[in-house]
Each structure stands twice: as C-alpha cells, then as structure tokens.
Write a protein that binds this ligand. Structure first.
Ligand code: HEC
Ligand code: HEC
Ligand code: HEC
Ligand code: HEC
Ligand code: HEC
Length: 254
C-alpha cells in the first residue's frame, strides 16, 4: 500500500484545489471553446485583471447562472451586448459597474458628459472609454488624445460641440501622469509601513496613511467628475502627504 498513498494524496489535493479555486462554469466552458481572437483576448484580459483576482466573474457583468455547466441554463438572461437590455450594452454599462463602484458612478454623473450620455451621444465617454470592457487598463495620455479629441481636439468644431477644447486635454494628461506616479508611491509607502518596528512610529505612520487614502478617494472622485481643479488640489495634497511620509519612513530607517 505504502507507495500508493502519496500519489493518491496528490490526486485528492489536485481535485480539491480545482474544485475550490478554478470552478467558474462560465469561464471554464468558454475557455474550452474554439474562440475568436477578440473573445480569447477578452478572456485573457479578465484572467489577468484585479476583477478575476477579487472573484468578480463573467456573470457579475453579463448576468446568467454561474452555478451550472448546462449551457442553456447558464445563459438564462445572458444577452449579446448589442441588445439594449444587456447589462453590458453601452447605455447600461455604467449602471452595471456602478453597482459595485458607486463613488465613481456618482461622480461620473456629475460631469457634463453624463448629459451627453443620457442623450445617447455615442462618443460620450463612459467607464469603458477609459477602463476597457474588463477594466484592466486605465487611460493613458495617448488614450486621452485618441478618445477625447473627437470633441476636444484641434480638429473638432468647439462651438458646435460646445466644449472648451484642447486646454482640458493638456491639463488632463498632466493630471493622469501625476496620478500614476502617486499610485506607485502609495503602494511603496503602504508596504514600507509594515516594516516599521517601533509600535508608536508605526501607529503614527498608519494614521498618516489613513489621510493619504482619504485624499486618494477625493482625487478619484474629482477625476471621475471631470472637476480638473479639484483633482489638481487633491493630487497636490497627496504629493505633500506622501512626501512627508516617505521622509519620515526614511528617517526611521537610520
Ligand atoms: C457549457 C458551456 C457554456 C457555459 C457554462 C457558458 N457559456 Fe456562454 N457561450 C457558450 C458558447 C458555446 C457560446 C457561443 C454560442 C452561443 O452564442 O450560444 C456562448 C456565448 C456567450 C455569450 C455571447 C452571447 C451572444 O449572443 O453573443 C455571452 C455574453 C456568454 N456566453 C456569457 C456567459 C456567461 C456569463 C456564463 C455563465 C453565467 C456562460 N456564458 C456560461 C458556452 C457556455
Ligand atoms: C467587468 C465586466 C465584464 C466581465 C467581468 C466580463 N465581461 Fe464579457 N464583456 C463585457 C463588456 C462590456 C462587453 C461588450 C463588448 C466589449 O466591450 O468588448 C463584453 C463582451 C463579451 C462577449 C462578446 C459578446 C457580447 O455580448 O458582446 C463575450 C462572449 C463575453 N463578454 C464573455 C465573457 C466571459 C465568458 C467572461 C468571464 C470569463 C466575461 N465576459 C467577463 C464586460 C465584462
Ligand atoms: C460585482 C462587483 C463588480 C462589478 C460589477 C465591477 N467591479 Fe470593478 N472591481 C470590483 C472589485 C471587488 C475590485 C477589486 C478590489 C478593488 O480594487 O476595489 C474591482 C476593481 C476595479 C478597478 C481597479 C482595477 C485595478 O487594477 O486596480 C477598476 C478600474 C474597476 N474595478 C472598474 C470597473 C468597471 C469599469 C466595471 C464595469 C465594466 C466594473 N469595475 C465592474 C468589483 C466589481
Ligand atoms: C476619463 C476617464 C475615466 C472614466 C470615464 C472613468 N474612469 Fe475610472 N479611473 C480613471 C483613472 C485615470 C483612474 C485612476 C487609475 C489609477 O489608479 O492609476 C480610475 C480609477 C478607477 C477605479 C479604481 C479606484 C481606486 O480607488 O483606485 C475604479 C473602481 C473606477 N475607476 C471605476 C470607474 C467606473 C465604474 C466608471 C464609470 C461609471 C469609470 N471609472 C469611468 C479614469 C476614468
Ligand atoms: C462627445 C463629445 C465629448 C467627448 C468624446 C468628450 N467630451 Fe469632454 N466635454 C464635452 C462637452 C459637451 C462638455 C461641456 C462643455 C464644456 O465644459 O466645454 C465637456 C466638458 C469637459 C470638461 C470640463 C468639465 C467641467 O465640469 O468643467 C473636461 C475636463 C472634459 N470635458 C474632458 C474630457 C476628457 C478627458 C474626455 C475623454 C475621456 C472627454 N472630455 C471626451 C464633450 C465631450
């Protein structure tokens, strides 16, 4: 019996692990299909996303029943995103995302663009414009040029579009770059705080990080509302807070 025990244990562990971690009938069955390139890309993007890591799956955006491998039952309520009732349809997507991300959804509703969206102006920016359909990317400066130029670019007729033109975009590019830099700094500082030995130093640093996180939320909110001045101000505050915290952490190291 002896030699068999180990492989059996391994087999049991594999089955258990597959059962606990990998079972998502929607994703598993789709992955097993002959996929067109765009769908394969969609699946791969999802797999590498913060959503997949957090357990946000196909059914959270598309609907359907994710507890069965029977296609007909799984697809109950699933509609192509071109269908006006689909939760992934252009005009429904912000509400679908907003179910879980209410801060961003509410902020977007404050912007002048939401009026365009409600008038069903196709080019009006929505969650997908900046984040892609599974939200693995965020809009970079190049993206701003391509997607926002239609109404704000040099070629656009500003009077006809009723917009303030290029200035908004130049400023937006600068704000995006600062946001990305601060995201890196915030991650570094959050990590370094865990290594602070002295309990009272650590407590102080944690308080400062709490403030950082509050300013981060303010920045996210202002950015999504397209309130460029408020965004600028929140980023300024973040830069100060993070700079101070980084210096304090470096001093503590010595
Ligand atoms: C047993 C296999 C299987 C399961 C389980 C399954 N699908 Fe599908 N799905 C398919 C196949 C095959 C297609 C393409 C053919 C078709 O449209 O029926 C498809 C098509 C789709 C489409 C495109 C529909 C359209 O009209 O363009 C969506 C969206 C979708 N599935 C989402 C899901 C979601 C969400 C789940 C889980 C709740 C799921 N699927 C579960 C096999 C499956
Ligand atoms: C965060 C939301 C989100 C998640 C999670 C998600 N999708 Fe999608 N999916 C979309 C959106 C939005 C579209 C519309 C087309 C586009 O933007 O690419 C789409 C399009 C599709 C399509 C093309 C047919 C159509 O209805 O347009 C299929 C098939 C599909 N998704 C299957 C899946 C499967 C399978 C999973 C899980 C592995 C999944 N999706 C996860 C948002 C999502
Ligand atoms: C069922 C809830 C749910 C839905 C629906 C959902 N999300 Fe998320 N989203 C999450 C969770 C959970 C996370 C990961 C934890 C976090 O960062 O808050 C996340 C993370 C994100 C992130 C951060 C990604 C990163 O790399 O850090 C963005 C951006 C995002 N979602 C946008 C969207 C957009 C756009 C949609 C609609 C297309 C959407 N989400 C739909 C729950 C959801
Ligand atoms: C004009 C472009 C734009 C639009 C439109 C947009 N976002 Fe964002 N979003 C961003 C940027 C930029 C970030 C910051 C990315 C980063 O962390 O570097 C972000 C971050 C996020 C995050 C992560 C927040 C965090 O705390 O890190 C979520 C969640 C999110 N957006 C959801 C949404 C949802 C939902 C919608 C639609 C209602 C939406 N966004 C529309 C540009 C946009
Ligand atoms: C379909 C046309 C259209 C597109 C595409 C568009 N906008 Fe706008 N935008 C407008 C209109 C209309 C206004 C309101 C008039 C104004 O303030 O100039 C506006 C206003 C703004 C404002 C001022 C908001 C405020 O509250 O003061 C900013 C900033 C802005 N847009 C940035 C962007 C960015 C960044 C993108 C790309 C993600 C974008 N826009 C895409 C039409 C558009």
């Amino acid at each position: 019996m002896g030699p068999f025990r180990f492989p059996l244990l391994l087999l049991a562990m594999t089955v258990l692990a597959a059962g606990v971690w990998a079972q998502d009938p929607c994703a598993d069955c789709h992955a097993a299909q002959e996929l067109e390139e765009t769908e394969e890309f969609h699946l791969r993007q999802w797999r590498n996303s913060a959503h997949a890591a957090a357990g946000v799956s196909c059914a959270d955006c598309h609907g359907g029943n994710s507890s069965t491998f029977v296609q007909l039952r799984a697809h109950k309520g699933v509609l192509n995103s071109g269908h006006p009732k689909s939760p992934t349809h252009q005009w429904n997507l912000p509400r679908t995302c907003g179910r879980c991300h209410d801060t961003e959804y509410l902020a977007v509703q404050e912007s002048a663009h939401f009026a365009l969206f409600e008038r069903k102006v196709r080019a009006a920016p929505t969650c997908r414009t900046c984040h892609g359909s599974v939200a693995v990317q965020s809009l970079g400066e190049g993206g701003l040029q391509a997607r926002c130029n239609r109404c704000h670019g040099p070629e656009a007729d500003h009077r006809e579009a009723g917009t303030s033109g290029q200035d908004a975009l130049a400023k937006g590019g600068e704000l995006l770059a600062r946001m990305r830099a601060l995201r890196g700094a915030r991650a570094r500082v959050s990590r370094d705080i865990l290594r602070v030995q002295d309990p009272s130093d650590r407590h102080e640093a944690a308080d400062a990080l709490f403030q950082v996180n509050q300013s981060w939320e303010e920045a996210i909110e202002a950015g999504h509302a397209f309130h460029w001045d408020d965004w600028d101000a929140a980023l300024g505050e973040l830069e100060d807070l993070l700079g101070e915290l980084e210096r304090a952490l470096a001093a503590g190291d010595r």
